[in-house]
Design a protein around this ligand. Structure first.
Ligand code: NAG
Ligand code: NAG
Ligand code: NAG
Ligand code: NAG
Length: 420
């Protein structure tokens, strides 16, 4: 880069940082070292490619005819790895990611990476979108810009959002938790600091999925003066088994029956990774740390298995390219190991006993049919001030990718309930 170019870039950063600061009057960034950030893994990608290129895979399956219920199929890994080293274009993906305004801030000694896209509407509702494992900020890419745009809501009032998408500690560009006993409650606290002090939003809404629902629910319950609405597609409570639901005499719709079956299947044969990551994070973490094909198999199987069978066809944007971008982000930032530690650091992240959140803030919940957990309305209502319960027949565990129009609608509904 020429020095002139560099100057221009620095100037651009300075201007966008200033714009961000002046957008909120009570801002004080003196402690947080708020800085613009760009995704730049250009120099790291060739090594990934060469490792993938040099990885040996069997020429044919050991037992032909075994399906994905025995784990990711050889053909799937082969197709994905071939795409990774031939047509997949990291530069293009990176350019897409850099269409968003990224920042980092230092909070309690940690680097927190986040996207901050402000609506042009000064009255837009601030919302923080929280991802889980094996997701990242990337799973919200299709919903961020649409949410910043003003649309007319049911009551004729315009609805728009200032959208904040942080990376959880230990995921991609956020530094790993600084100590072993760091939990999701600590993450909830630093993200509340991000919203209220770094970005000066006195109140805001939260959306969470997977571990992001654990962090989001902790925020919803523990920061009840600042978090004024919660929208979730997953909960930090273990979903009820089929027997508990039938014992409660609850009649399910056909779509809910699909969701229940998926939930039961996950509990029966889909959660070994959870135990592994919760009990021996270093084994899987170190085994796969420098092994892109290994990460692709371990993570790719979740993207494939936990999504709608129609994934990749409209309205789903969960394509093989999206999976490769997600895995590339983990690999290229060396964050696979620290990402799996979230399971070990939060042994009680998902509770068996339901408790009610300590807040009067509205709770909205959306069940996606092909998710890995099914929470009937009656169970969600135990967790908070439930005002809306919806079931979507398309989409699974990553609705931001697997059914973005539905997730956009879910989140826009927050405006009906949000009071500053
Ligand atoms: C920002 O916060 C620091 C430390 O809390 C304080 O010393 C400083 O005066 C504040 N600056 C502004 C402009 O409020
Ligand atoms: C976490 O560990 C640190 C030492 O690493 C200790 O000072 C702190 O009290 C611990 N916190 C909790 C909540 O146990
Ligand atoms: C469910 O229905 C059965 C039979 O009508 C009844 O005995 C039982 O008490 C009901 N259970 C609940 C939780 O309502
Ligand atoms: C927030 O939580 C506290 C402590 O549980 C409770 O006393 C208070 O009523 C709650 N406030 C709101 C607005 O829900």
């Amino acid at each position: 880069m020429t020095s002139l170019n560099r100057m221009a870039r620095l100037l651009y950063f300075a201007i966008s940082a200033t714009a961000l600061v002046s957008a909120s009057t009570a801002h004080n960034d003196s402690d947080f070292h708020l800085k613009p950030f760009k995704v730049d893994l250009t120099h790291e990608f060739p090594r990934l490619k060469s490792l993938v290129h040099n990885t040996r895979l069997p020429t044919k399956p050991l037992y032909p005819g075994t399906g994905p219920d025995k784990g990711i199929e050889l053909k799937t890994v082969r197709d994905l790895t071939t795409q990774w080293i031939t047509s997949f274009n990291w530069e293009e993906q990176q350019k897409e990611l850099n269409k968003f305004k990224h920042f980092t801030a230092d909070i309690e000694g940690q680097t927190v990476h986040f996207i901050h896209e402000r609506s042009k509407d000064p009255d837009a509702i601030p919302i923080i979108l929280l991802h889980g494992w094996p997701g990242s900020f990337h799973e919200f890419v299709p919903v961020i810009k649409p949410l910043t745009q003003s649309v007319k809501g049911a009551d004729g009032k315009s609805v728009s959002y200032h959208v904040i998408v942080p990376s959880l500690p230990g995921f991609v560009f956020s530094s790993p938790p600084p100590r072993l006993n760091w939990t999701n409650h600590d993450t909830a606290r630093i993200f509340n600091t991000l919203m209220t002090q770094v970005l000066s939003y006195p109140t805001y809404a939260v959306h969470g999925t997977d571990w992001g629902s654990v962090v989001g629910y902790a925020k919803y319950s523990s920061f009840n003066t600042t978090v004024r609405t919660g929208q979730f597609v997953f909960l930090p409570f273990i979903p009820p088994a089929a027997k508990e639901i039938s014992d409660a005499n609850i009649t399910l719709t056909e779509i809910e029956k699909v969701a229940l079956q998926r939930s039961d299947d996950w509990a029966a044969t889909g959660n070994a990774y959870f135990m592994e990551q919760a009990t021996k994070p270093n084994d899987i973490g170190l085994a796969l740390l420098d092994n892109p094909v290994g990460q692709l198999a371990w993570i790719g199987t979740k993207f494939k298995d936990w999504s709608d069978p129609r994934a990749g066809t409209s309205p789903s944007e969960l394509t093989n390219t999206a999976i490769l971008t997600s895995v590339s982000l983990y690999f290229l930032t060396d964050s696979f190991l620290s990402s799996v530690w979230i399971y070990a650091q939060n042994p009680n992240g998902f509770a068996a006993v339901y408790t009610k959140a300590s807040t009067d803030a509205p709770l909205l919940f959306s069940q996606y049919a092909y998710n890995i957990g099914f929470w009937p309305r009656e169970w969600v209502a135990k967790a908070g001030n439930l005002v809306s319960y919806k079931v979507h027949d398309f989409g699974g565990h990553f609705p931001g990718l697997d059914n973005p129009p539905a997730l956009i609608e879910d989140i826009r509904q927050v405006a009906q309930y949000f009071k500053r």
